[in-house]
Design a binder for this molecule. Sequence first.
Ligand code: FAD
Ligand code: NAP
Length: 340
Amino acid sequence: MIQILENISLKPFNSFGIHALAKSFCSVSSIIEMQELLEWNKIQNNPLLILGGGSNLLFTKDYNGLVLQNALKGIELIREDHENYYVKAMAGENWHQFVCYCVQMQYQGIENMSLIPGNVGASPMQNIGAYGVEIKDVFESLEAIQISDGAVVTFNNTACEFGYRESIFKRLLRNQFIILSVVFKLRKTPVYNTSYGNIEQELINMKEQQPSIRSIAEAVIRIRQRKLPDPSKIGNAGSFFKNPIIPTGLYEELKKENKNIPGYAVNNGDYTKVPAAWLIEQTGWKGFRIGDAGCYPLQPLVLVNYGNATGAEIFNLSTQIIEKVQAHFGIQLEREVNIY
Ligand code: FAD
Ligand code: NAP
């Protein structure tokens, strides 16, 4: 039986800790309940927002519609072959707890994505990634419910059109599907990725002779805990902007004036990914604070709420950053966080 609440504060449901009211709010824990709720909402003719862990969104005003919290639970090994385990996780499972489960079971492939907040259901939305691994590398398929008619549809890897912090659900099919579950294809024989950032150094610090699923997860957790603000203490939604990918010709031009500009080749070197954090720091924002909205001193790509900032204040700060980086470098930063 679904229970629809009215005028609920969304503050406990977003990692920025922003106060905004939802006209209606309902947490659903079965597909039947979800279908019932979608029918109800069709009659109400309300806008609909699907909520996972609320760690990649910013409320800039009250939400004048229905917020549907996807709370479907369950993890299941659905099949295995010589090389892989196929593990299905329901959308409402906490991502990091799912990673910990896989580490414990020796299912290899997602340990580099330890400690990313949020839920499994949102993980394909922006093809989450960290330390050289993305969802698309381990993704087998997902099931999603079509909002218009309640039909359940399966998407394979190609159909999701994954890109850098992108998928078809963020673009062409935006607001059309609710992801119900995801199947991950995880390895029996490990292929570790420790080349990225300071994972190798961290493993040495930990006195680990050989990398393992567990030790890599542990190294990533240690690095992240040092560098990133804990949303339970300082409100944030991780990286606020994507790292811009620019033509390598333009990057070479910029390098003439900015000798230290970092860049990582993508697409066989035709394009270069420039860390947005560097651009933001160079334009003077690192550690900047206005009221309770700020740019995190240890990682300027992360905008933070030190207490009582409004979503509009954080959004305004992000606009100022975009304008200054554009004026200085001619690079247009794009927000990664979903704005409501
Ligand atoms: P939400 O914020 O609830 O939702 C995000 C978007 O997805 C919304 O538009 C929502 O409507 C939609 N959505 C959510 N669930 C569903 C569903 N079941 N079906 C359809 N649409 C849905 N991201 C990375 O990629 N890599 C990182 O390393 C990383 N580190 C982070 C560190 C910190 C400290 C924080 C706060 C965030 C970080 N993030 C990172 C961002 C965020 O954790 C991820 O994007 C995460 O996948 C968001 O999950 P969520 O459940 O909180 O999604
Ligand atoms: P970092 O290691 O300081 O590196 C800065 C940026 O340079 C990263 O964003 C990364 O891009 C890029 N980079 C670094 N080494 C690279 C390599 N060997 N090859 C290609 N690109 C490289 O980054 P960080 O801020 O501490 O974050 C570490 C990892 O966690 C990154 O993968 C980052 O994406 C992820 N993270 C994501 C969020 C989020 O909200 N999206 C928040 C925190 C951390 P990529 O981002 O493309 O990896």
